[in-house]
Design a protein around this ligand. Structure first.
Ligand SMILES: C[S@@+](CC[C@H](N)C(=O)[O-])C[C@H]1O[C@@H](n2cnc3c(N)ncnc32)[C@H](O)[C@@H]1O
Ligand code: SF4
Length: 410
C-alpha cells in the first residue's frame, strides 16, 4: 500500500455507499484486506504506510501502542457490516498485510479474523493469508495462526545474500526465511509464499540466482519477485542521490526477470501474473486475483483502500486519525471516487493484461486493437491467444509490460 493517497470526493460520515455499488454484488466475490501499520524498524526502500514505535510516540493517539490495534480494527469491521447492510456475501479471502502483522500477538490476528467470521461468515474454502517477517515468527506462533483459521503464510525473504539484505536494511539472517517455510509446513500450512526483490544495488546475477535457488529449495508453492522500486522520499533514494550506493538499470532488471522466469519455470512454478509464480492453480493467491479482476474488497486499517462495485475509497493514513474517527463512530474514509465506465475499461486492461489469462481484445478501442496487432508482430503478445480474441503477453512482452499497457490503452 503506497503511502501517498489520491484526492477525491468526501466519504459520508457514516461511510454509506451509493446504492449502485451493491447492485449485482452477489455475483462478485468479497475479500477483506486488514492493514497492520507497525514495523520494528523501517527498511530503507519501503514507503508503505507503516510506523516504528518511536515514529508513533506522541502522535499515534489510541494507536501509539500496538496493544489495542485489534480492537480498533474490529470496530471498522463492524462498520463494514453496517455499510454493506444485508449484503449476504461471506468472505472469500482475507489478507493481513503491513507493515509487519506478525508484530502483533497471534491471538490478535486470530481475533480480527474472528470478527470477520462473526459479522460476515467465512466461505468454506476461504483463503486466509498473513504476511510475516521471517524474524518475527516461531513454530508456536505459526501453530496458533493455523489453529485460528489461517491457511496461507507469506514471508518477506527478499534475498538470500547477506550483503543484499544489508543494503535493504533487513534484520533477518540468510537461511531464516527457508526455515520459516519448513516451520509453516510443520504447522500445517498448505500454502506458503516467499517474496523476493531483484535489482538491489550491489546485487549480481549470481546473487540473484542464489536467492532464487534458496527460495525454490525451501519448498514454497508460490513466489513473488519484484524489481526494486526506488521510491522518492525513502532512505534508499537519498543514499543513491548522495552516490553512496549505485542505481541499477532497466537492462539489469530485465536480465534478472528472465533469470527468475527461467529458473522458476524449470522448478515447476508457472507465472500467472507478471510478478507472481505458483506451482498449481490452487496455489495462486486468490486474494490478489480478486484485486486484479475488479472484484470487491474492504480494506480495513489506516491508509487501506477498498473497492465495492466501482466505488473506490481510502482511509486516513495516520493511525492516530484512524482510531479517532472510529472512536467517534465516524468512517475513517478520507476520500473516494466513483469510477466511470471508461475508467473501469482502462483499469481492466491495465490489470488483466498482466495476467497469464490476458485481457479480452474487445476491451480495446480501434487504436488499441491496432497496437495489439503490432505487438503480436513485435513478439510482445502471443499470436494464438490473439487469434482467439485475447491479449496475452509473451515472455519478452512481460519485460515491457508497462509499455504494452500504454499502447493498448490508447
Ligand atoms: C507489505 S510488504 C512487506 C511485508 C513484510 N513487512 C516484509 O517486509 O517482509 C510486501 C512486499 O512488498 C515488496 N516491496 C516493498 N517495497 C518494495 C519496493 N520499494 N520495491 C520492490 N518491492 C517492494 C517486498 O518484497 C515485500 O515483501
Ligand atoms: S518490514 Fe516490510 S513493511 Fe516494514 S519497513 Fe520493511 S518492507 Fe516495509
Amino acid at each position: 500500500m503506497p503511502s501517498v493517497l489520491p484526492d477525491g470526493e468526501a466519504v459520508p460520515q457514516d461511510g454509506a455507499l451509493p446504492p449502485q455499488a451493491l447492485a449485482g454484488a452477489a455475483r462478485r466475490p468479497l475479500g477483506f484486506y486488514l492493514h497492520v501499520p507497525y514495523c520494528a524498524t523501517r527498511c530503507g526502500y519501503c514507503d508503505f504506510n507503516t510506523y516504528t514505535a518511536s515514529e508513533l510516540r506522541g502522535s499515534g493517539g489510541a494507536l501509539a501502542s500496538r496493544d489495542n490495534y485489534a480492537d480498533v480494527l474490529i470496530d471498522e469491521i463492524r462498520l463494514a457490516r453496517k455499510v454493506l447492510g444485508d449484503d449476504p456475501r461471506q468472505a472469500a479471502t482475507v489478507f493481513v498485510g503491513g507493515g509487519t502483522p506478525t508484530l502483533l500477538p497471534a491471538a490478535d490476528l486470530v481475533r480480527m479474523l474472528g470478527a470477520i467470521r462473526d459479522e460476515f461468515g467465512l466461505a468454506a474454502d476461504a483463503e486466509i493469508t498473513t504476511e510475516a517477517n521471517p524474524e518475527s515468527v516461531d513454530p508456536a506462533y505459526l501453530a496458533e495462526l493455523r489453529d485460528g483459521g489461517f491457511t496461507r503464510m507469506s514471508f518477506g525473504m527478499q534475498s538470500a545474500r547477506q550483503h543484499v539484505l544489508k543494503i535493504l536494511d533487513r534484520t533477518h539472517t540468510p537461511g531464516r526465511p527457508e526455515a520459516c517455510v519448513a516451520e509453516a509446513r510443520a504447522a500445517g500450512f498448505e500454502h506458503v509464499n516467499l517474496d523476493l526483490i531483484y535489482g538491489t544495488p550491489g546485487e549480481s546475477d549470481d546473487d540473484w540466482r542464489a536467492s532464487l535457488d534458496a527460495a525454490i529449495g525451501a519448498g514454497p508453492d508460490h513466489v513473488s519477485a519484484y524489481a526494486l522500486i526506488v521510491e522518492e522520499g525513502t532512505q534508499l533514494a537519498r543514499r543513491i542521490r548522495r552516490g553512496e550506493v549505485p542505481m541499477t538499470d532497466d537492462d539489469e532488471h530485465a536480465d534478472r526477470y528472465l533469470i527468475a522466469d527461467e529458473r522458476l519455470a524449470a522448478a515447476g512454478f508457472g507465472w500467472y501474473e507478471v510478478s507472481n509464480w505458483a506451482t498449481t492453480e490452487a496455489a495462486r493467491c486468490r486474494h490478489n486475483e480478486l484485486y486484479w479482476t475488479g472484484a470487491d474488497w474492504w480494506g480495513a486499517g489506516p491508509g487501506a483502500h477498498s473497492h465495492v462495485g466501482g466505488v473506490r475509497w481510502w482511509n486516513v493514513k495516520h493511525p492516530g486519525a484512524y482510531a479517532q474517527a472510529l472512536a467517534e463512530s465516524r468512517t475513517p474514509g478520507a476520500g473516494r471516487e466513483v469510477l466511470a465506465a471508461e475508467d473501469r475499461r482502462v483499469e481492466r486492461i491495465l490489470l488483466e493484461l498482466r495476467l497469464s489469462a490476458g485481457c479480452p481484445l474487445d476491451l480495446l478501442t480501434e487504436a488499441g486493437a491496432k497496437a495489439a496487432a503490432r505487438a503480436v508482430g513485435d513478439g510482445l503478445l502471443e499470436p494464438d491467444a490473439h487469434a482467439a480474441g485475447r491479449a496475452v503477453l509473451t515472455r519478452r512482452g512481460r519485460l515491457l509490460a508497462d509499455a504494452v499497457v500504454r499502447d493498448l490503452t490508447d
